[in-house]
Design a protein around this ligand. Structure first.
Ligand SMILES: [Zn+2]
Length: 138
């Protein structure tokens, strides 16, 4: 899943505007908001199942629509939650400076490698010691 939610900034944009730690925090908040949505949609789906008892044929058809809608929202939100969480964790695991071990003190660098396979790499620099490395984004 490479399509990004317009509310979630890309890594390079996030580092440049708010810094890595804030970007990471926002990704985690966004992922957990999706988890909460998945829980609410799952509860709504169970409530729609409950509404089947004693319902007329028309109401049962309507409830079937609600169940399908809630199931779709639950699956989408759960998938989005897992994607955002795993993406943030994968990048957090690469955010330690290789020289001074500082975590998340990153400054965005200009990309020098213009090859297509290098598009997945975000060049960064440690704010403390100046060590340079690439974060690999999938
Ligand atoms: Zn460093």
């Amino acid at each position: 899943m490479t399509a990004r939610n317009p509310l979630n900034r890309s890594l390079a944009d996030g580092i440049q505007r708010v810094g890595f730690r804030k970007w990471y925090e926002r990704e985690l908040l966004s992922s957990h908001a999706h988890m909460a949505l998945a829980l609410v949609a799952a509860v709504a789906m169970m409530a729609s199942f409950e509404a089947f008892h004693g319902a007329s044929a028309g109401e049962k058809i309507l409830n079937t629509g609600f169940v399908l809608l809630c199931a779709a929202v639950t699956l989408w939100a759960m998938r989005r939650y897992l994607y955002l969480l795993m993406h943030a964790e994968e990048l957090a695991n690469q955010a330690n400076c290789g020289q001074c071990e500082a975590y998340g003190l990153l400054k965005l660098q200009d990309a020098q490698d213009r090859r297509p396979q290098a598009q997945r790499l975000v060049p960064v620099c440690c704010k403390r010691c100046g060590f340079r490395w690439n974060l690999e984004v999938d």
